[in-house]
Design a protein around this ligand. Structure first.
Ligand code: HEC
Ligand code: HEC
Ligand code: HEC
Ligand code: HEC
Length: 405
């Protein structure tokens, strides 16, 4: 567990390590990297962090202030970012990026399907990392929600529940979320017995509460602490082992007694997910009891893996429409360089003759790898600016071409 705890700056070091690996091969701490590496059915955020370094993104982009300053800090990306939001951002900024690369004498990295998938997983996983909470607001919430009636923080408060200042379990948000889930049933009973209304939270309220509880903890590093992005492959197993699939469906793995967790997509941060788990716990535990299931307890690592898994399946829920995609090829400027069924300006190739594309990551890689006409000495055309939904449609169209072969 401890080895999976780190803060955002330490995660950032992964891509700095990746960048360092570029130069002297021996400087690359292969053992540390390999320790984190596991083959996954879906994208791997940790591998993506390394691509970010090794492919030179870090020369121009920082994550939370660490890295280059030529391009925007990618940690301060708008909160909602699906796979296609990120694909669209990379496509839309390509001309400006390429211009800057040329000015700086940096060659444009060529990305493979796997690298693109991992890279997007990395950028996507930055959503896990909530910014530090507000202690003053946390203190107020601790009072208003009557936590103080049962718990002590900084020597003040009741003794019905554990003293949260000395509880060893709550160092990172994921641990807090896990503790709230595991102790939720007993806590709810204690609340009921004392006539305390069970509070509901938003993600940012949980974040502030954690910030307040942590103020009085000794021996803890200051600043936010996080757990590594969970491993999606492990999370898929946890989902089944912990009986979540008895009621929830994800990718056809489960029943439909409760909301489809990939569809409902808890967009936003880890703590938004934690808040949803807490808020829905009474309904969930009641329905577990009705089905004769025991309420599963989770370790922080299992919780992180579950979240990682749900995020990874949510990537692709923004599904496109192949018919609309075909239209977009005509209306969004692709035919300034390509042809579709012989119509268009050509030069860059006929859509029907393109190689097989079977994953959104492969298509995103192809879009990223576009050589701009200017680079080849041709005339510049207006670069089509695309929305995430339009890229989803284009991807559906391109995949439908290969499905027919
Ligand atoms: C030579 C510098 C440079 C390199 C290298 C570079 N970028 Fe950029 N990037 C930029 C600039 C400049 C912008 C802003 C362009 C604009 O405003 O249109 C940008 C914009 C972006 C954006 C959009 C951000 C937003 O807030 O909308 C993303 C995403 C992005 N880059 C990802 C990457 C990735 C991934 C890599 C590595 C494969 C990379 N960049 C490599 C300079 C660079
Ligand atoms: C009515 C009393 C009561 C109130 C109010 C209450 N709790 Fe608890 N809490 C408990 C009890 C009892 C436990 C231990 C449950 C168990 O043993 O499983 C507990 C356990 C916990 C734990 C797990 C601690 C650990 O060491 O793992 C956390 C975290 C927690 N509470 C946070 C809160 C927060 C935040 C609030 C306010 C929103 C709150 N509690 C309000 C009674 C309460
Ligand atoms: C016995 C059935 C059952 C099991 C098992 C179950 N849940 Fe639920 N879950 C529900 C129900 C019912 C709701 C909806 C409650 C509501 O909307 O009021 C729910 C809601 C949720 C929500 C909130 C969804 C949202 O968008 O608000 C999350 C997150 C969740 N469950 C996660 C899990 C996880 C993770 C597991 C496995 C550890 C699990 N559930 C196991 C029945 C179950
Ligand atoms: C400015 C000219 C230009 C525009 C506009 C353009 N492309 Fe391209 N595209 C190219 C060139 C040139 C290639 C050939 C591969 C290369 O060298 O980059 C290419 C390659 C591709 C490939 C990869 C084909 C392969 O064989 O791997 C795909 C997919 C693609 N384009 C899709 C699109 C889509 C979808 C649009 C519209 C949103 C579009 N392109 C707009 C110039 C363009």
């Amino acid at each position: 567990m401890r080895s999976r705890l780190l803060d955002r700056r330490r995660l950032a070091q992964w891509y700095l390590i990746g960048a360092a690996c570029l130069v002297p091969v021996l400087a690359c701490p292969a053992t540390t990297l390999a320790a984190q590496e596991r083959p996954l059915p879906t994208q791997n955020a940790m591998a993506g962090a390394r691509v970010f370094g090794s492919e030179g993104c870090v020369k121009c982009h920082a994550i939370d202030g660490l890295g280059g300053t030529e391009g925007p800090d990618l940690a301060s990306f708008p909160t909602s970012r699906t796979f296609y939001d990120l694909a669209a951002a990379m496509w839309n900024h390509l001309p400006a990026m390429v211009t800057r690369m040329r000015e700086l004498g940096i060659s444009k990295p060529h990305l493979s399907e796997r690298e693109t998938g991992d890279l997007i997983a990395f950028l996507f996983s930055l959503n896990y990392f909530d910014t530090a909470g507000d202690t003053a607001s946390g203190r107020a919430l601790f009072d208003e929600n009557r936590c103080i009636l049962c718990h002590q923080v900084g020597g003040v408060g009741g003794v019905v529940g554990p003293n949260l200042s000395i509880s060893g379990t709550i160092q990172a948000p994921i641990e807090f979320a896990t503790a709230m889930w595991n102790h939720g049933p007993a806590m709810s009973e204690a609340m009921q017995a004392r006539g305390v209304a069970r509070p509901r939270f938003t993600g940012s309220q949980l974040r502030d509460l954690i910030a307040y509880i942590k103020t009085d903890k000794e021996g803890l590093p200051s600043g936010p602490l996080y757990v590594l992005p969970g491993l999606a492959g492990e999370g898929r197993q946890v989902f089944v082992e912990k009986t979540c699939n008895n009621c929830h469906d994800v990718e056809g793995l489960g029943a439909h007694a409760a909301p489809d967790l990939a569809d409902r997509g808890v967009s936003g941060s880890l703590l938004t997910f934690a808040a949803a788990m807490w808020n829905k716990a009474p309904a969930m535990t009641a329905s577990m009891r009705a089905k004769g299931l025991s309420v599963p307890s989770l370790t922080p690592t299992e919780m992180a893996d579950l979240v990682g898994y749900l995020y990874s399946v949510k990537y692709f829920t923004q599904s496109g429409d192949a018919r609309r995609g075909r239209q977009r090829v005509r209306t969004r400027g692709c035919l300034a360089c390509h042809t579709l069924d012989g119509r268009g300006t050509g030069g860059a190739g006929e859509f029907r003759d393109m190689p097989r594309f079977t994953t959104p990551a492969a298509i995103t890689a192809a879009l990223w790898n576009h050589v701009l006409l200017g680079e080849q000495g041709g005339t510049a055309v207006d670069w089509p600016v695309l929305k995430a939904g339009e890229i989803a449609d284009l991807a559906a169209f391109l995949m439908s071409l290969s499905a027919g072969r």
